[in-house]
Design a protein around this ligand. Sequence first.
Ligand code: SF4
Length: 295
Amino acid sequence: MPRSRAVAPLALPSALAVLDRLLRHYPSPDTELVYRNAFELLVATVLSAQSTDRRVNETTPALFARYPDAATLATAALDDVEALVRPTGFFRVKARAIITLSHQLVQDHGGAVPGDMDALTALPGVGRKTANVVLGHALGVPGLPVDRHVLRVAERIGLTRETTPEAVERDLCGVLPPEQWTAMSDGLILHGRRICRPRPLCPQCEVRDICRYPFKTAGRAALDLDAPAAGAPTRRRKAGVPIVEASRTPAPDKSGAYVSRTTKADRRAPKAESRTPNAARRSSSAVGARKRGRR
Ligand code: SF4
């Protein structure tokens, strides 16, 4: 019987080394939202929740043609704004949010978008991610937005063990110079959309030789990522058999994607984006068919 071969774990990759690879592949990473000023980016980012940048970019020209600044949007009729932003989804909530935040911008900041985190997150409907997008892209203030792509890709590569946006932001900002924060976020987002998708295309990846994901999927215990807490139950294994075996390293399927376990970040991803209604219907009818077949 062939002997099992243990896989040696990689060292933790340096954030700067990862950024260097990402910048080689995406030389000028930037947000894919189209905007002309901080107000437009703020509104576009609010509209992008549970939607796509492309859908938002198709929607905002008509919105900003009619309401070009906070003063005009603050006095807009709710039903008119709802009709304009309807294609982005959740249009009633979003319409109310952008009217309310415009009103607050006029009342507290003379219609201008403030350039600091506390003032931005005090606006209705504006969280850290939206504030960082606006700070980093439109106001020249360092900011590292953490969305579901940043969460997933940074955790897979091994840049962080954290699972919340605030903690991941803290980890990445702690090891990068402020002038690189926004570029890192943009690079991870683009990489998460194009290569390191929920089913990652590892064979096409610029970062694969310093990414820890293949080792994690082969067996997280080998990297000590999931070391059990003291007193916790542990898996039993036969003496002399390594936890990670070369034969368990995931292989790409026909499309080149690696089929592997879902990460914590993936499980947090909004279902609306990761699974279309049609896909959900197909999946549930397939499960039903399998059950019927077993009967
Ligand atoms: S090697 Fe795979 S998991 Fe790692 S960053 Fe690239 S696509 Fe993502």
